[in-house]
Design a protein around this ligand. Structure first.
Ligand SMILES: Nc1ncnc2c1ncn2[C@@H]1O[C@H](COP(=O)(O)OP(=O)(O)OP(=O)(O)O)[C@@H](O)[C@H]1O
Ligand SMILES: O=C(O)c1ccc[n+]([C@@H]2O[C@H](COP(=O)([O-])O)[C@@H](O)[C@H]2O)c1
Length: 405
């Protein structure tokens, strides 16, 4: 097994780190890549304003998640849990104990590579792991790497490989922290990491969460969910805007509802129930045990309480899972957009898609009926509000006979 070890202060992790991780996995053919946030970097003092380690850990986890290879890329808390300075030699000794058969590769950028012989116990480091070095800027070429590579090979018998990053990003966390303090720098960050920074007011960002612009709102939403859900959320956002344009609803509200509709999707039942309690959401028996029914309610509460969304957005999010009788146009739009956004792929989706732009009520009824049928086939309980939605539409003359539209 080939294991890559990418240590860093990750204060914060940026697109330069991401590019290096992505390329190293491919070029080295890694079976696993461990991102290891340092507790106390041995060679530098953590600057003032450095967030507590749990934030650096959480941001590193978002970077790992963004690589969409959960079996390969993992974050290790080995150094955060160890007392004292985070010496790489100690980390490698520990990993060698854990994986005695594995081939270890230490990943590092130019700055670290050129000073490697000055690290604590370089003999152990270079005995236990190969070194994979990459340039941080376009200027970091072979003439910089070659002398150090020759020296490390000769002096320590080191195994060194240098790789070129196709997606090289010339940025350091130091410069990024400065930019963030001036309200800039988002282009160097993964949206999920940027969202985490905004939501926690890290690095001197003082964003007013109740007045975020669209990219900031998207970033916050991203930071609350797993990367694999982001495409669906983006698809729902754009579909909701198209439907709002078609049906004369407010496009900005549709967009914001789409962005936030799944923001609490990854909370567990206990967390969902605590939020319902906090915001006074009354629940019936089914809702109290069905976590899937709760994220629409808690998502609506967070949209309003944390992001200052108006009642129209609140109620669109609140009803986007069960639907209900007598829905507003925006409520219908979010429900249908969630169902038909471009990433959805199920039998019947094309019919629903075309219906959505011909007759919104018919599309809503078809969505509701499809859900009821699917839940019944899977022997899962259907929420009473969903039946009420269907019955209300039918009693108001909405029909969806096959082949009529
Ligand atoms: N833009 C980048 N491209 C490639 N590698 C990078 C880049 N930035 C940092 N690295 C490498 O990532 C590892 C971890 O770096 P670190 O977390 O300290 O980031 P940094 O940007 O160098 O931070 P700081 O500015 O706070 O020193 C190091 O090996 C470093 O060389
Ligand atoms: O062990 C050492 O002496 C040592 C000296 C310098 C750097 N390191 C490690 O190199 C990694 C990159 O460091 P940094 O500051 O660029 O985040 C990080 O994991 C550090 O702990 C380790």
């Amino acid at each position: 097994m080939k294991i890559g070890i990418y240590g860093g202060t990750f204060n914060p992790p940026h697109l330069g780190h991401l590019a290096a991780a992505k390329t190293a996995i491919e070029v080295l053919g890694l079976d696993r890549l461990l991102l290891i946030p340092a507790a106390i970097p041995p060679h530098k003092v953590l600057p003032e304003g450095t967030p507590p380690p749990e934030h650096r850990l959480s941001m590193a986890e978002k970077m790992a998640d963004a690589l969409l290879r959960p079996k390969v890329v993992q974050v290790s808390t080995l150094e955060l849990e160890r007392e004292g300075k985070s010496y790489t030699s100690d980390t490698l000794e520990e990993l060698h104990r854990q994986y005695p058969e594995a081939e270890l590769w230490l990943l590092m950028g130019t700055d670290m590579f050129l000073t490697l012989h000055l690290w604590h116990d370089p003999d152990s480091i270079l005995r236990l792991a190969g070194v994979c070095a990459f340039g941080r800027t376009e200027q970091d070429g072979e003439e910089l790497f070659a002398p150090q590579r020759d020296f490390l090979c000769e002096r320590y018998g080191a195994k060194v490989t240098t790789i070129t990053l196709p997606g090289l990003v010339d940025i350091s966390s130091t410069r990024l922290r400065k930019l963030l303090g001036q309200g800039e720098g988002r282009e160097y960050l993964l949206p999920a990491v940027y969202g985490h920074i905004l939501m926690n007011g890290l690095y001197g960002t003082h964003a007013d969460l109740k007045h975020l612009d669209i990219p900031e709102l998207r970033a916050c939403s991203c930071s609350m969910v797993r990367q694999k859900r982001v495409a669906h959320i983006r698809g729902t956002e754009e579909e909701a805007v198209r439907l709002a344009r078609r049906w004369g609803a407010d496009q900005t509200l549709a967009r914001r509802a789409g962005i936030l509709h799944d923001c609490t999707k990854y909370l567990n039942l206990e967390e969902q129930l605590a939020l319902c309690e906090k915001y006074g959401v009354a629940l019936d028996e089914l809702e109290r045990s069905a976590v899937k029914l709760l994220h629409s309610k808690t998502g609506a509460c967070i949209a309003k309480a944390a992001f200052g969304e108006p009642d129209e957005v609140y109620s669109a999010i609140f009803w986007h899972t069960t639907a209900k009788e007598n829905m507003t146009t925006l409520e219908k739009i979010l429900y249908v957009a969630d169902y038909i956004e471009p990433n959805r792929d199920f039998e019947g989706v094309e019919r629903l898609r075309s219906l959505a732009y011909q007759d919104l009520d018919k599309a809503l009824l078809l969505g509701v009926e499809t859900t009821i049928q699917e839940m019944e086939e899977r022997k899962l309980p259907v929420h009473s509000r969903t039946f009420k939605a269907r019955d209300w539409l039918r009693s108001h003359g909405v029909t969806i006979e096959e082949g009529t539209e």
